[in-house]
Design a protein around this ligand. Structure first.
Ligand code: SF4
Length: 387
């Protein structure tokens, strides 16, 4: 995609009536493209950069090396897309109708899959919509530049969804989409937190949002207390190496034993900190068919998913975010869930079928699960407040 005027003399300032109108249009186009909210901000993310640096220094990112390697790009979006002066942040709701999240968490023989991953992978859809938004902006700005004799050059402008080192939560907060809650996710007082974020980096000097949402977490600490693995070291600080989303999705190696029991039946991600958050009673259901659950993944038995062959796994997760962990980690996670499930001969039989799986990691988790299924000892795990 090519566009725009370089930020040199002759460009409009962001108080120019045409630019104010253009910003209004950006909001309107965003809504037409299915985003529930759009905001615009500059690239000064000072305090968030410091917070991230401290977080990295504490090694809370675990195996996520990419968090470290592109620090320079994250700190300076203009290194990512030349001459960036503004970031358009957009949010799209993803919670399906009848999400059944609480019910599934309470049924330990069911597989809990993070609600964002039940439908088609969101990256493609959101990136495409953001690219359309950027195109509209390009066309309109080109027209305005000709009309007002603003200089025009051709440089790239790009949409991003999780795919680049962008401080997307900090950007969303600055752009007015909500506040970063104690659980480290962006919260909106009218929409909760069940939404995806995406960005467009641009060098068009659009007027920026000046009203940052008030932090309304107050004295609440529900998300910190409910976390099954105690992953919050403090409000606003998550030790990702303890987070179930990290352990079941990002971690490529064995899941450390101390976390296996607390993981319960969560086989791909975890939503507990969102599910407990009082602001999520205002969350809206998605309007996107692509985010509707596929293959009954919102309500499947652990055993059923564990007996999928690799071909079935690949077929049933085609176009889904679940594909990214691969079959080996899928079986690893399900074995943990089965080890935590109520004792059943059917489960033991299913696990025995995988005892000699070619992956040593799968074998080890299966062995752990069989031992748990056959064990007569009571769990020593302390009972936490649950959803
Ligand atoms: S559960 Fe409470 S503390 Fe946590 S994000 Fe929601 S309002 Fe804030």
């Amino acid at each position: 995609m090519t566009i725009y005027s370089k930020p040199s003399c002759g460009i409009p300032n962001d108080e120019h009536p045409a630019m104010l109108q253009l910003a209004e249009q950006v909001h309107e186009w965003g809504r037409e493209l299915g985003f529930q909210q759009v905001g615009i901000t500059d690239v000064d993310l000072g305090k968030h950069r410091e917070h991230l640096q401290t977080w990295l220094d504490n090694r809370y990112h675990g195996e996520m090396q990419w968090m470290e390697t592109h620090q320079d790009l994250r700190n300076d979006p203009a290194q990512l897309v030349p001459d960036t002066v503004r970031i358009i942040s957009a949010r799209m709701d993803y919670l399906p109708e009848n999400p059944q999240h609480i019910q599934i968490l309470k049924q330990p023989d069911k597989a809990y899959i993070s609600r964002y991953a039940l439908g088609r992978d969101y990256h493609k859809l959101i990136r495409k919509r953001l690219a359309t938004l950027a195109k509209k902006l390009e066309q309109r700005y080109t027209h305005l530049a000709a009309e007002h004799h603003w200089p025009l050059d051709t440089i790239p402008q790009r949409p991003f969804v999780d795919s680049a080192p962008v401080l997307e939560k900090a950007v969303a907060e600055k752009a007015g989409l909500g506040w970063i809650g104690k659980h480290t996710l962006v919260l909106n007082k009218e929409a909760g937190s069940w939404f995806f974020l995406g960005e467009v980096l641009t060098n068009i000097p659009l007027p920026i949002n000046k009203i940052v949402a008030e932090n309304k977490c107050g004295d609440c600490t529900a998300c910190l207390k409910v976390c099954p693995t105690d992953a919050f070291v403090a409000p606003y600080t998550l030790d990702a190496t303890r987070c179930i989303s990290y352990l079941t999705i990002e971690l490529k190696a064995s899941i450390p034993e101390e976390f296996r029991e607390p993981i319960g039946n969560r086989v791909f991600g975890c939503d507990d900190c969102q599910a407990i958050c009082p602001w999520n009673k205002y969350a809206k259901h998605t309007e996107e068919n692509d985010f509707s659950p596929r293959h009954q993944l919102q309500n499947s038995d652990l055993v059923t998913l564990f007996t999928w062959t690799e071909e079935e796994y690949l077929k049933n997760t085609e176009g889904s975010a679940i594909r990214r962990i691969g079959y080996e980690r899928w079986l690893r996670n399900l074995a943990v869930g089965l080890g935590n499930a109520p004792k059943s001969q059917a489960i033991v039989n299913a696990l025995i079928q995988r005892e000699n799986h070619p992956s040593e990691m799968v074998q080890e988790h299966v062995k752990w699960a069989i031992e748990r299924q056959k064990s007569t000892k009571k769990s020593k795990r302390k009972i936490k407040r649950t959803i």
